[in-house]
Write a protein that binds this ligand. Structure first.
Ligand code: SIN
Ligand code: FE2
Length: 219
């Protein structure tokens, strides 16, 4: 491998697949790839029980990204606010159980990024179609910010924005590809992040879609 200089080198691990985005925030390139088929099958099984839907923001706007959940707690939004709840508001049933492969991946990714054992109880599943986006926001509906966030990208690539503690802070743009995992916690746990408008494309496993799993310890 050619010498790439001390500054750049410190941002990557030996095989160049681990990329520092901010203090406490790491992109693990291709980390979920070997499990892609199983992860997508699990998403399909979850969506058969708790279908993707466009939730309403407290301000009355329908979100362009379609969402569902699995785990003990699911993230929801409606006119009364953002929160976690044990039941799918659409069916009244508990959210589908968290698949074991999600738990294993989340723990392995958190460990690879330098965090201790991670046992998420909530997984928000986002489905993006071309033209949809997720505005800059903080993940702050969880009970304890000591736990990191593990975010898994599948399907079409997207431009992820990772900013700072203030909404107006400069953002770093990173293209997240199929199988990439981003972990953030500690000093960047409450940093703003979002996803720019998805460009059209075709992925062999997901067609015209991108899926994102956001694994959290919510309760
Ligand atoms: C999120 O912040 O909830 C999702 C991020 C992503 O889709 O990569
Ligand atoms: Fe988020």
């Amino acid at each position: 491998m050619p010498y790439i200089g001390t500054m750049q080198q410190s941002l990557f691990d030996a095989d160049g697949r681990k990329e520092a985005l901010a203090p406490g925030a790491t992109a693990l390139r291709g980390f979920a790839r070997k499990r892609d088929v199983a992860l997508l099958a699990a998403i399909e099984a979850i969506a058969a029980k708790a279908p993707f839907r466009h939730m309403m923001t407290p301000g009355g706007f329908e979100m362009s990204v379609a969402m569902t959940n699995c785990g003990t707690a699911g993230w929801v939004t409606d006119r009364s606010g953002y929160r976690y709840q044990a039941h799918d508001p659409q069916s009244g049933a508990p959210w589908p159980a968290m698949p074991v492969e999600f738990l294993v991946l989340a723990d392995e990714a958190a460990t690879a990024a330098g965090f201790a054992t991670f046992a998420p109880d909530a997984c928000l599943i986002n489905r993006y179609e071309p033209g949809t986006k997720l505005s800059l926001h903080q993940d702050r509906d969880e009970a304890d910010y000591a736990h990191p966030i593990v975010s898994v990208s599948l399907g079409l690539p997207a431009t992820f924005q990772f900013g700072g503690p203030k909404r107006a802070d400069p953002v770093r743009k990173v293209v997240l590809e199929h199988g990439d995992v981003v972990v953030w916690g500690g000093p960047s746990r409450l940093f703003h992040h979002g996803v720019l408008t998805l460009k059209s494309g075709e992925h062999p496993l997901t067609g015209t879609r991108r899926f994102n799993l956001t694994l959290r310890k919510a309760l």
